[in-house]
Ligand binder design. Structure first.
Ligand SMILES: Nc1nc2c(c(=O)[nH]1)N[C@H]1C(S)=C(S)[C@@H](COP(=O)(O)OP(=O)(O)OC[C@H]3O[C@@H](n4cnc5c(=O)[nH]c(N)nc54)[C@H](O)[C@@H]3O)O[C@H]1N2
Ligand SMILES: Nc1nc2c(c(=O)[nH]1)N[C@H]1C(S)=C(S)[C@@H](COP(=O)(O)OP(=O)(O)OC[C@H]3O[C@@H](n4cnc5c(=O)[nH]c(N)nc54)[C@H](O)[C@@H]3O)O[C@H]1N2
Ligand code: SF4
Ligand SMILES: [Mo]
Length: 705
């Protein structure tokens, strides 16, 4: 919609998106951008990434034409080819691999879902007949969402649209990440108190003093990787002190007695030393949560980036349930979608009914309803041929060489594939490994929608505002062409915008009508269980999972100590947080962002710096049992002693492809491994890894000095 020369759209592809924007365009260039004061979630807010987002579009090195590799993998020798030739090569290679080895041998890989392209890719995989859609959901949302579905029948999302007495930011740095498209403006506004109302109280569970931790009523300084233990200690206090919602527990839960018995020994005194939090602080935190009504837990990546993510997510959902915070306004709710096409129908799940049995991870006994292949298990299929060999990958919106755990293993796996096609905006370390590289159009350059499939009860319009450069095409358009080339044409469209219309059809809107409205929201409906019960086998919240034995998973959240076998050579604990200026490994090539965040740094406490002989600003090595990288030390009291909070996602576009952008030098995932991924989700440990640091002079570690 256009008003006084300003075009209304929503931000996207710089995170999950969510801010309503006003942009001014001159001669196919965005010349001004600002937050829309009427935005549903942002109320005028816009972050540095959003402001810099138009700078991506005109970068001189942006990919503009399809390329074919002519040198060795990673050598950077390319030949420009036409779109017809590129589509033709991909079609021929994928069809011949399907013919010789079956559809399972072809994987379709997606990074963080950025818009509708994610679902079009799943649709293509389904129609092609491959059950293997590889995605990072194992470390991002699936643990929360699927644990929720099994425990209470829905994904319990923090409701920041209604007043809460208390919000807990549990491993979620909302002011920097606007995690999952939950723009932090709503929370910031809710915290304010004035003559008419008292503001929402805030608790933060984080090893780092984040911006919200500075404002918090209680900050629990947790040792990374131990969130499940803290959750269990909260349950212990709330149950032992009788602070739970008895009516709700009696009427709407099963397994309360077994849970009570299970957590009886898991006292704050026992969990305190493991989590690094004083037992009295744990008691205070648990009481604060139990006594606030309603209270919401805004849970972030830190809950799910460990093999114990099932235990952590389960413990938190049990907390939400016994304190009466499930599906109440201002609590954790099951959002209701507007009238739009369901995901299952959009992706044509009906065409591949046996997918759950054929997916790579079915073999590893992961939890039912996990429909994307965890990267750790995908790589095992490529390298060890377990449960079968995968030979080709179509990769879009992803940079696995940086974003998947164990980067060296990722390089080995990509090198072993017979064929790789990559769609991106730029030659990344991953695109450098491809046989064919496709130039993608990006945000602002095509009509798209945000928040579809996120489970937040609304979708946001992202109408196009400029034409893409060169021969760039949106991923939706690319996949539509590939679909027509490789699979029956009846499943595809003349115009890729018809994907958007198909999603909107049940609402009666066209994309133009939707863009005019800006967003489409489902009705606010709470306590839906009162009518039909919870959508679980027992119709109640399953504190003790009734089907756990069938899944081969524990029925109650387990107190596994991740540091049981302490490693004296690696006395510190490594974790990370996302950089407010970048999206994962993306956009290091955008000068406006690089000026704000020019290089990777790891944060350490002054005491730790002293113990290890490290000064602020020095280049240090960070080492785990699995690898070694270098980053600059930032000595700060914001991070707990004994912790290293390192930067993640770094490669150096300016170094050039000849040295593969020095992709290993500062890359956090050189330090992670995939050896014992979690059973439920196939998740490796990204947060809470034993490590050590060494200064430039090779200073001895505290442990050895
Ligand atoms: N150690 C560690 N690892 C992590 C995490 C962590 O916290 N620590 N976080 C994890 C999480 S939560 C996630 S979601 C994943 C993210 O994993 P990825 O999604 O693989 O991460 P990105 O590095 O952002 O890669 C996205 C790529 O998409 C490209 N791109 C941007 N827009 C478009 C577009 O419109 N079309 C196409 N074709 N390409 C586009 C970008 O240029 C970039 O190269 O990483 C996970 N990995
Ligand atoms: N700027 C920016 N925004 C993003 C992204 C990005 O890359 N950059 N990525 C987007 C994506 S895909 C996602 S999934 C979200 C994720 O957004 P968040 O969930 O906010 O993710 P992180 O920044 O990885 O971690 C959040 C917080 O957890 C803390 N933390 C680290 N280890 C632990 C631990 O073991 N326990 C606890 N309790 N806390 C710990 C960190 O210090 C940090 O403050 O952000 C989205 N938004
Ligand atoms: S917070 Fe996210 S949606 Fe909002 S402007 Fe920044 S990148 Fe865009
Ligand atoms: Mo993510």
């Amino acid at each position: 919609m256009k008003e006084n020369g300003w075009i209304r759209t929503h931000c996207g592809r710089m995170d999950h998106g969510g801010c309503a924007l006003l942009v001014k365009v001159k001669e196919n260039e965005i010349v001004k951008i600002k937050g829309d004061p009427e935005g549903l979630q942002n109320r005028g807010y816009v972050c540095p990434k959003g402001l810099a987002s138009p700078a991506r579009l005109n970068h001189p090195d942006r990919l503009k034409y399809p390329l074919k590799r002519v040198g060795e993998r990673g050598e950077g020798k390319w030949e420009r080819i036409s779109w017809d030739a590129a589509i033709g090569i991909i079609r021929d290679r994928l069809l011949s691999i399907r013919e010789d080895f079956g559809p399972e041998a072809v994987a379709f890989c997606q990074g963080m879902p950025k818009g509708l392209e994610h679902f079009v890719l799943i649709r293509l995989a389904n129609i092609f007949g491959s059950p293997n859609l590889v995605a990072v959901q194992d470390v991002c949302h699936a643990p929360r969402e699927i644990s929720g579905i099994h425990t209470c029948g829905f994904y319990p999302v923090a409701d920041l649209h209604h007043k809460s007495e208390l919000v807990i930011l549990w491993g979620s740095n909302l002011s920097a990440t606007n995690e999952e498209g939950m723009i932090h403006r709503l929370l910031a506004d809710g915290l304010k108190s004035d003559a008419l109302k008292t503001g929402t109280k805030l608790m933060v569970v984080d090893p780092v003093r984040t911006r919200f931790a500075e404002k918090a009523d209680l900050w629990l300084r947790i040792r990374p990787g131990t969130d499940h233990l803290l959750g269990l200690a909260f349950l212990n206090v709330i149950i032992e002190e009788g602070l739970y919602d008895r009516n709700f527990v009696d009427q709407w839960t099963v397994g309360f007695d077994p849970l009570s018995n299970h957590v009886r020994e898991l006292t704050p005194e026992k969990m305190g030393p493991l989590t690094g939090i004083d037992p009295d602080m744990i008691r205070n935190g648990a009481r604060m949560y139990a006594e606030a009504a309603p209270a919401a837990i805004q849970w972030g990546n830190a809950i799910e980036q460990t093999p114990q993510n099932f235990d952590a997510a389960r413990a938190l959902i049990c907390l939400m349930a016994i304190c009466g915070n499930l599906d109440v306004p201002g609590g954790n709710v099951g959002m209701v979608d507007p009238k739009i096409l369901s995901l299952g129908r959009f992706v044509r799940a009906d065409l591949i009914p046996d997918k759950p049995k054929r997916m790579i991870h079915a073999h590893s006994g992961t939890i039912p309803k996990l429909m994307t292949v965890p990267p750790a298990l995908f790589k095992r299929a490529v390298l060890e041929e377990v449960p079968y060999r995968v030979r080709a990958a179509y990769i879009q919106c992803a940079n696995p060489m940086l974003s998947w755990a164990d980067s060296q293993e990722t390089e080995n796996a990509l090198s072993k594939l017979d064929f790789i096609a990559v769609s991106d905006l730029f030659i990344t370390p991953t695109a450098a490994m491809a046989d064919i590289v496709l130039p993608a159009a990006t945000h602002f350059e095509f009509d798209d929608m945000g928040h579809y499939g996120l489970g937040h009860g609304y979708i946001l319009a992202r109408p196009k505002v400029v034409e893409p450069p060169g021969e760039c095409r949106s991923d939706m358009a690319i996949l539509n062409e590939l679909g027509k080339a490789m699979t029956p044409a009846e499943y595809w469209y003349d115009d890729p915008n018809e994907f958007l219309d198909a999603v909107l059809a049940p609402s009666g809107l066209t994309f133009e009508g939707f863009a005019e409205k800006g967003y489409l929201k489902g009705p606010d409906r709470f306590r839906k269980y009162a009518e039909a019960g919870f959508k679980t086998p027992s119709g109640k919240v399953e504190l003790q999972l009734s089907r756990a034995h069938k899944f081969g998973l524990p029925a109650l959240p387990q107190p596994v100590d991740p540091f049981e076998t302490d490693d004296p050579d690696f006395p510190l604990i490594l974790t990370s947080a996302k950089d407010p200026c970048y999206l994962h490994s993306s956009y290091r090539w955008v000068p406006e962002l690089r000026e704000k965040s020019p290089e990777p740094f790891c944060r350490i406490h002054p005491e730790t710096a002293d113990a290890f002989g490290i000064s602020n600003g020095e280049i240090v090595s960070i080492e785990t049992r699995f690898g070694k990288i270098v980053q600059k030390a930032k000595v700060t009291e914001k991070v707990l002693p004994g912790i290293v909070s390192a930067a993640y996602g770094w490669w150096f576009p300016e170094i050039g492809i000849e040295r593969l952008f020095d992709w290993q030098r500062a890359n956090f995932n050189m330090l992670t491994h995939t050896k014992r991924p979690g059973r439920a989700f196939g998740t490796p440990r990204l947060k809470g890894i034993p490590c050590r640091i060494t200064g430039p002079a090779g200073t001895a570690t505290a442990a050895s000095s």
